[in-house]
Design a protein around this ligand. Sequence first.
Ligand code: FE2
Length: 313
Amino acid sequence: MYLIKKIFYEPKCIFKDILGFFKTSYKKPVSFFFNYLFFYQNLRIEIDKYLTEKYQKIFLKLEKSENQRKKLKHVQKFGVLKIENFFKFDNKEKIFQLLSEKDKDHNSEKRILLFNKNEQNYKEIEKYLNLIPTEKLINKILYFLSFIRGENYNKNQVRFSFVVTDGANITDNFHTDMFSHSPKGYLYLKEVDKDSRPFNYLLKSHKDYPTRKKLENLTGKKLYKGDSKFNSSSSRLKESNEYENYFKDYEIFEGLANEGDIIFVDTSGFHAKGEGFKPRYALWIEPKRENLLKKLTSIFSIKEYLSSLELDK
Ligand SMILES: [Fe+2]
């Protein structure tokens, strides 16, 4: 019966996979054909790699400041970048208080979402605190996000939220978010020590394309067969029998930070929240995942884009 059902739905699944091919929010193929007979994920990873490399090359050439170029090259090579003293919020105590009043969303998180007019808290924030990051801060952030992604990001593509994670020590597993180079940022409002679940990253894993392809293919098949341990579209390293080996191949970055530090990360590399029981306060910066073809069009307008950020003013 199960098999008949799979065969019956196969054409529909193939169609879905074709439509989703260029969408980076479409994390994995769902058809038998694209999981077993055609290297769907490999091809997407290759296209993404090609476009991202092209974009970053031009971006680096256009950057005149040696100091900025050094940072860009660092994140390009390692997949993660910590910048100390990036920005400090004046009224952080007020943010902590507001967060404490919120209900827990999930995973022991409390979150205040900014820039979403449908969210009730938007008004709350605007009225009492004027906490929305300034245009200047946003542009400073967009600069790094765009480089990591390989796409000219605008502010409407990025979700900003104040988040506190506290309480339960929920175990997290090393994973890659998706097949495509995708940035995230965490600007810390309070010191992050070993007990505050620091952000952990396997350095250079974002550029280990053979390993990422292998894991994508393995987890895609497991999801198709229905025997995935984690049942997540973000591939967990533990799905693989070679789990232990991963840690021989890469050095671990432990995201300890002070107030005002920011960590940018390419989430196609392997990462996990560390252990701990203390609350961790941060501004989370999460871009939306859009069409891969936008990376292609971005390549032709990097210069205009960079000057529109007005970073040297
Ligand atoms: Fe993740």
